[in-house]
Design a protein around this ligand. Structure first.
Ligand code: SAM
Length: 277
């Protein structure tokens, strides 16, 4: 037992938190597993942690049991609030809860940077938030690391190397400014209800500076366009980005006839710089 609170199955029953598909609710009920995920986030004793989508609080309890200094949990589903309040009473002054949409809440007033981010999120919200966390105008960001659960396929897209099928926008944005690693694989049965696919935890450590200079907005726009039509040669896939795209590709050392998946991070950054020059 990691704490003296009731088991998660009981919490879910007491508070009537039957999983809703529309909210991407697949809960982790094994507190030893959630404590293990919390440990993968690193030493939490001196750090605030932002948790998105705590649900009935399995990972939240793991983070607190692993001595997170303070946790800010943002949960969209109001049915989860009484369960989270119960955890907050067990750990006085260490858990703050916001009932809201993580895509809309501004967390900066509530946390002392550099903080860590940990979450087991629905797929769509997860990738959207990841891209936002990786593309702030200023770097280093307010967070020092992200420890995030994804479908395994998405985790592979974040850590993919050039030339592979999974290589694309997520790999480039993640590897540009952080060091992403898959740190844990989980089968569908680890969740309740069990999803159709396997999952993986990805740990992303923020680099002190991006690997190559580029404007985050331009880089994001270029790689999105390049991989949107990944089978096309870059000179046509990127036509909408600039009428002079061939010149920019050549200036960046990229053959205009190459396809996006053959081009590495350094060359994409050079292309973004050329477009901004
Ligand atoms: N962290 C819990 C666990 O590991 O058992 C729950 C994980 S469940 C996959 C995802 C959680 O995110 C749900 O509790 C869901 O209500 C919440 N959620 C979904 N969309 C959200 C959003 N936009 N903002 C905040 N929470 C959201």
């Amino acid at each position: 037992m990691i704490d003296d609170l009731p088991p998660l199955r009981e919490v879910i029953e007491t508070h009537g938190i039957a999983a809703k598909k529309a909210l991407g609710q697949n809960f982790l009920l094994d507190l030893n597993l959630t404590a293990k995920i919390a440990r993968l986030a690193g030493d939490l004793t001196e750090t605030d942690v932002l948790e998105i989508g705590p649900g009935p609080g399995g990972l939240t309890r793991g983070l607190l049991a692993e001595n997170a200094r303070r946790v800010l949990a943002i949960e969209k589903d109001p049915r989860c609030l009484p369960a989270l309040e119960q955890i907050a009473s067990r750990y006085p002054n260490r858990l703050a809860i916001i009932n809201g949409d993580a895509l809309e809440v501004d967390v900066s007033a509530h946390l002392t940077p550099p903080y860590k981010i940990a979450a087991n999120l629905p797929y769509n919200v997860g990738t959207e938030l990841l891209v936002r966390w990786l593309t702030p105008a200023v770097w280093p960001p307010q967070w020092s690391s992200l420890t995030l659960m994804f479908q395994r396929e998405v985790a592979q897209r974040i850590t993919a190397a050039p030339g592979s099928k999974a290589y694309g926008r997520l790999a480039l944005l993640a590897q540009w400014r952080s060091e992403p690693r898959i740190v844990l694989d989980l089968p569908p049965e680890a969740f309740s209800p069990a999803p159709k696919v396997s999952s993986a935890v990805v740990h992303l450590k923020a680099l002190p500076a991006p690997r190559f200079p580029a404007d985050p907005g331009t880089l994001n726009r270029v790689v999105a366009a390049a991989f949107n039509q990944r089978r096309k040669m870059l000179r046509s896939a990127l036509k909408s980005v600039s009428p002079m795209i061939e010149d920019h590709l050549i200036a960046a050392g990229i053959k205009p006839t190459e396809r996006a998946e053959q081009v590495g991070l350094e060359a994409f950054c050079a292309l973004a710089r050329s477009l901004d020059s």
